[in-house]
Design a binder for this molecule. Structure first.
Ligand SMILES: [Zn+2]
Length: 535
């Protein structure tokens, strides 16, 4: 409780600070300068955070690789940052997602490298706005973002709005209230970037223990408004009904004002579908979507409603990685190379016997990024390739894009992450112990439902002999009960519409073996499967 009070006090001070910090006078020049200076800044942060600290896990990796700071600087100058990072990956300077989460030890050249809970946090950054990965086991992953990082994101956001011609639109945000901070940040950001937020819609009003988070959200919006934010208070949606958002967009449209709607992709699809079903005219609305891959099926729903959808790609631990532009279609974004460097490395996917993926590796470039990573994997794959378009991001120099972004080794329904390392013990041990059966009798599939929602389907083998699959679903949800920071919303969402439980024969793999986790990718290549530990 005391920790929570301290956290909200910090959050209140941070909100005041970020609300009163204007954008840089020329955001485009500001971002371009960051981009031009990125190699120098990367070396400066590496020197301060890694090379000045012999115990830093990346420092140990550099020592094992025989690379001193001078070697690194020379390499970057001669070959550029991307080539250097690719070479370093080959020399063992990288971090797999499970290593960073602490579920697998870091071993390089036969030597185990230990690190503490905050081993990759930048000690020179004072953050206040926390985001936390959901999950029930492993190390809690808290990232605290600073005011400088928020201002940087606001500058990206400003350029995105200007490029799409959205600055005069009614800005609607569809995001959860506290303890997740994304909704609050979004609502408070409007006036700073020059487009005040018109309405903030939120799901998550039915859970009994949401009461004090409602009060905390109300208090934080009030504090922001006292500092000049002019942010709206959240409007709660009825359970399982996104019609009120569509009705609001149609009303604004009749008043002569088009809208831009921002949030997690699956709920935004529900808004477009509600407009079609209930006859609300939302033609011309732009949906800025995050958290999930923009699949052809989901895009088609937006198009049927006469709307445009554009994706973004962000990772709470790394920051904003990519943004779509008006010339891009599909599951594809400009890589924001002022803030993050990215390479791919081909490797075998976890929980899969035969599948290889181009795993994305990220490196932090901003001195005020919460974590300082060199080649960290987030269990996402994608294709990095050159792009030529005539948008502000290309003009700045962001001439590489990431295409076909998809998760492997984790499920990402509705913008939430469930990692294989957390799921496997629940499916292989917890559920069989409680309901009978054995490993392989419980399988989890991520799929796109007929209404284009991304959902998890829990398959239970008939040989378990259950008649009420919903009991297993409730036990699964209870076991994945997450912690603070987006976590309560996760539990609510899982309860309301997230997991469908069905009795079905176990899926066998191509080798004929039964696996406990079957991760079906809903995004770029329908039909490709990710399979789990062998029974
Ligand atoms: Zn572009």
């Amino acid at each position: 409780m005391l920790a929570e009070i301290q956290y909200y006090s910090r959050l209140a001070l941070g909100i005041r600070q970020v609300t009163r910090t204007p954008l840089p006078p020329d955001p485009e020049s500001f971002i371009r300068r960051q981009f031009v200076e990125r190699e120098r800044r990367f070396l400066e942060v590496a020197e301060r955070v890694v090379f000045a600290n012999p115990a830093h896990p990346s420092h140990v990796m550099f020592r094992i690789a025989g690379c001193a700071l001078g070697d690194l600087a020379r390499h970057v100058e001669q070959d550029g940052l991307v080539t250097t990072l690719t070479t370093l990956r080959g020399e063992g300077v990288y971090l797999s997602h499970d290593e960073w989460r602490g579920t697998t030890p870091i071993v390089r050249a036969g030597r185990e490298i230990s690190f503490g809970a905050n081993g990759f946090r930048n000690p020179f950054v004072k953050g206040w706005s926390e985001s936390q990965s959901s999950g029930s086991t492993g190390r809690p992953m808290t990232t605290a973002h600073s005011t400088e990082a928020r201002v940087h994101t606001n500058a990206h956001q400003f350029l995105r709005f200007r490029e799409f011609g959205l600055s005069d639109r009614a800005w609607i945000t569809l995001r959860p209230i506290l303890p997740a901070t994304t909704g609050l940040n979004s609502a408070l950001r409007g006036r700073v970037v020059g487009t005040p937020v018109d309405r903030w819609f939120s799901v998550g009003s039915t859970l009994a223990d949401y009461g004090h988070y409602r009060a905390a959200t109300w208090a934080m919006v009030t504090l922001g408004n006292l500092a000049g934010a002019r942010a709206p208070y959240p409007t709660f949606l009825p359970p399982d009904d996104f019609g009120p958002v569509a009705a609001h967009i149609a009303r604004r449209r009749r008043e002569g004002r088009a809208s831009v709607v921002q949030g997690i992709l699956s709920p935004l699809v529900r808004v477009a579908a509600a407009a079609i079903e209930q006859g609300h005219d939302i033609t011309g609305t732009v949906f800025l979507c995050g958290g999930e891959a923009l699949t052809p099926g989901k895009r088609e729903v937006f198009e049927r409603a006469g709307c445009l959808a554009s994706p973004s790609y962000a990772l709470s631990e790394v920051g904003h990685v990519g943004l779509g532009c008006p010339e891009m279609t599909g599951n594809c974004v400009h890589l924001l190379e002022d803030a993050v460097a990215a390479i791919t490395h081909r490797r075998r996917a976890p929980y899969a016997d035969e599948v290889e993926v181009d795993s994305l590796h990220f490196t932090s470039l901003l001195p005020y990024a919460a974590n300082f990573f060199i080649n960290v994997e987030m269990d996402d794959e994608g294709t990095i390739e050159p792009v030529t378009c005539n948008c502000v991001f290309s003009r700045i120099g962001f001439t590489r894009r990431i295409r076909h972004i998809a998760a492997f080794g984790k499920l990402t329904p509705q913008g939430m992450n469930f990692h294989g390392t957390e799921l496997v013990p629940v499916l292989e041990e917890v559920l069989p112990a409680r309901f009978g059966g054995r490993p392989g009798d419980y399988q989890l599939v991520e799929c796109e439902a007929p209404n284009k929602q991304t959902e998890l389907r829990l398959h239970i083998s008939p040989r378990v002999g259950l008649t009420d699959p919903e009991r297993v679903r409730d036990a699964f949800v209870e076991h994945m009960r997450p912690r603070r920071g987006g976590a309560l919303a996760t539990r609510l969402w899982l309860h309301s519409n997230g997991v469908r439980a069905v009795i079905s024969e176990p899926h066998a793999t191509p080798t004929g073996k039964v696996h406990a986790v079957r991760l079906l990718r809903a995004s770029s290549s329908p039909g490709r499967t990710r399979v789990g530990h062998e029974a």
